[in-house]
Ligand binder design. Structure first.
Ligand code: G3P
Length: 222
């Protein structure tokens, strides 16, 4: 499974790409608003695109078809690895089709059901992003959307990639991977948590402790 970082923080992206952990980046207007400060968000996106080889999702903010298409074309000019995020709304679907025909990759975002994912794929999306955490937040089982979508896409050899989004903790990553999501995008805090286990820390403490006892004994022997 590919791992994407869901952030517009350049420092976080540098850390993850130096560690070889990141296959791509997803951003959204909220994340860019948080990270860009006074900087033009398109300049932030340009910098992100230069830091990673993989796809970088950037979202339109228009909600009418012409506006979405215009913004998408501008975003696509930023770099070759830009993937345009289009929201899962009726007006967006013809835009997905048009952009795909133009050779621009699209990530259909804000998907909350497997049939929305199917529709996004029919429109030609390269990626579709079901939001797991936000479904869990309202008492629904976010992971069910991944399970159903994987089954549907496999039944019909649909190539659109399932990009598990709104990931809140390492179990989301493990479960999405077991269910066959193609990509999981997560905040930096979650990616860092993937590296951790308390028994790793405890084991290392014990090894170092035992080693220092041996070192102390050897000194005495000498
Ligand atoms: O970028 C889309 C998605 O991952 C947002 O996640 O945590 O705001 O629901 P969250």
């Amino acid at each position: 499974m590919k791992l994407f970082l869901d952030t517009a923080s350049l420092a976080d992206i540098r850390w993850a790409s130096q560690a070889g952990l990141v296959d791509g980046i997803t951003t959204n207007p909220t994340l860019l608003a948080k990270s860009a400060g006074d900087v033009d968000p398109n300049d932030v996106l340009k910098e992100i695109c230069s830091l990673v080889d993989g796809p970088v999702s950037a979202e339109v903010v228009a909600v009418d078809a012409d506006g979405m298409y215009r913004e998408a074309k501008e975003l696509a000019k930023i770099a070759d690895n830009i993937v345009v995020k289009i929201p899962m709304i009726e007006e967006g679907l013809p835009v997905v089709r048009r952009l795909t025909t133009d050779g621009i990759k699209v990530n259909v975002t804000l998907a909350f059901s497997s049939v929305q994912c199917l529709i996004a794929a029919k429109a030609g999306a390269t990626y579709v992003s079901p939001f797991l955490g936000r479904l869990d937040d309202v008492g629904q089982e976010g992971m069910e959307v991944i399970r159903e979508t994987r089954l549907i896409f496999d039944n019909y050899d649909i190539e659109t990639e399932i990009l598990a989004a709104s990931i809140r903790h390492p179990r989301h990553v493990a479960e999405a991977a077991m269910l066959g999501a193609d990509v999981a995008t997560m905040p930096t805090e979650v990616m860092k948590k993937l590296l951790l286990h308390p028994l790793t820390d405890r084991g290392l403490d014990q090894f170092l402790n035992d080693w220092s006892k041996l070192a102390a004994r050897s000194k005495v022997n000498v």
